[in-house]
Design a protein around this ligand. Structure first.
Ligand code: GUN
Ligand code: ZN
Length: 429
């Protein structure tokens, strides 16, 4: 018989969307859950579950809160070693810091080292799934998937494609990007918990021929996600207008090449025109909010409340290393702060939902990850709500659960992440 595991604590899951109901009533609290064969087998009261699963090995977490593992739907794992690089806005930041670092991934050994380092750092922070850009080098994708597979992690990634406006050594071609992406997709998509995402970096670094090739590949594999960047900074948008004078707007540079669809993930999406919002919503595309990146690179204030009210599908992400953190706790805090600057403070339930269910929805994986319910994959985080003296003294004053969680969202780091479980295995304790 397979070994069952019984976890007790304050098991927090969502049965409603906190943007569509009073946030406080969107979640439910249980006492325990059972893991079997990498999945959640049962959720409920401790006594009943212990009686029904007498041979389960038991882990008691007292007042710790057990939530679904965090999901980060927009990251660049190759930017791990250049996170927190000073003083530039998007285009200069890419040229000064990002592209030189990404060149180093021509060396497969370096790619493997950074993939392992990145997954160590994010596991410590409680992130169990991410969707990553790699570099133009197929070996960077191999390194990331090989490391994630060894760890049993559900991840999405793709070869970043760019054939212009990037330095020598960091450009592919329309044909090679199609061929390399296709080969990687056919090798890795659906291999264990791994998914391939077709990945044109953004319109300024692709010719029309490359965007067309990416659109053709997506048409052949509509089951795959497609990830890119959209309307992050105003200078970038002006540049896109110059490069694509016939396009109606930035989104049209994707749409006209078959790169707008329900399985599309559009990172940043800050400065959108009304037509762009309408089309993104009509097709059911996902927008990905990257708040620490948007303040760090000086991009602008994403309109979470307005876009949610219009019915967009939205995930929350770090955008490591444009984002200044590997932590989804820090990212939730930044989303709260941006909400405040727009006069729309997000409720802690909305923040936690975005980092779990919302981001799973963005990845079209909400039936497998991002929540705690029977049948879901057992990717879990155990949160200590009193992980530092500063947080503990505030938590001690709290009169209800969300007030107790909010100081950890605002001030917590990897010390708040007491345990992490991936696919039913404990990977941090
Ligand atoms: N736009 C195109 N590439 C990138 C990147 O690597 N990071 C961010 N933040 N924006 C981009
Ligand atoms: Zn990005």
């Amino acid at each position: 018989m397979t070994q069952e595991i019984l976890l007790t604590g304050r098991v927090l899951s969502f049965d409603r969307t906190p943007f569509e109901t009073t946030p406080e009533t969107s979640a439910r609290l249980d006492e325990a859950l059972v893991i079997r064969d990498g999945r959640i087998a049962a959720v409920g009261e401790t006594a009943a579950l212990a009686a029904a699963h007498p041979n389960a090995s038991r882990h008691d977490h007292g007042q710790h809160v057990i939530v679904a593992g965090f999901i980060d739907p927009h990251v660049h794992f190759p930017q791990t070693a250049m996170i927190a690089s000073w003083g530039k806005r998007l285009i200069d930041w890419l040229n000064s810091y990002t592209f030189p670092e990404e060149m180093r991934f021509a060396n497969p050994a370096y790619a493997a080292e950074i993939a392992a380092r990145y997954l160590d750092l994010t596991t410590a922070a409680g992130t169990t799934t991410m969707c990553s850009f790699c570099t133009i080098h197929p070996a960077s994708v191999e390194a990331f998937f090989t490391e994630a597979k060894a760890r049993g992690q559900r991840v999405v990634a793709g070869k970043t494609c760019m054939d212009r406006n990037a330095p020598e050594g960091l450009r592919d071609t329309a044909q090679s990007s199609y061929d390399d992406s296709k080969a990687l997709l056919e090798k890795w998509h659906g291999e264990g918990r791994i998914s391939y995402a077709i990945t044109p970096r953004f319109s300024p670094t692709s010719t029309a021929e490359q965007l067309e090739a990416m659109g053709a590949l997506w048409a052949e594999h509509p089951e795959c996600l497609m990830q890119t960047h959209l309307s992050e900074q105003t200078d970038e948008i002006a540049w896109v207008k110059q490069l694509f004078p016939d396009a109606r707007d930035y989104l049209d540079t994707y749409e006209s090449f078959g790169l707008l669809g329900a399985n599309g993930l559009y990172g940043h999406a800050i400065h959108l025109e009304p037509r762009e919002k309408d089309r993104l919503r009509e097709v059911g595309a996902a927008l990905v909010h990257c708040p620490t990146s948007n303040t760090f690179i000086g991009s602008g204030l994403f309109d979470m409340t307005g876009l949610m009210a219009e019915g967009h599908r939205i995930g929350l992400a770090t955008d490591t290393g444009g984002g200044s953190s590997f932590s989804m706790l820090r990212t939730m805090a930044a989303a709260y702060e941006i909400g405040q600057l727009r006069n729309n403070p997000l409720h802690p339930a909305q923040l936690l939902w975005l980092a779990t269910v919302g981001s799973a929805r963005a990845l079209r994986m909400e039936d497998r990850i991002g929540n705690i319910a029977p049948g879901m994959e057992a990717d879990l985080v155990v949160l200590n709500l009193a992980s530092t003296p500063a947080i503990a003294q505030r938590e001690a004053e709290a009169e209800e659960l969300w007030e107790a969680i909010f100081p950890t969202i605002m001030m917590g780091d990897d010390r708040a992440v007491a345990e992490v479980w991936i696919g039913g295995q404990r990977v941090k304790s």
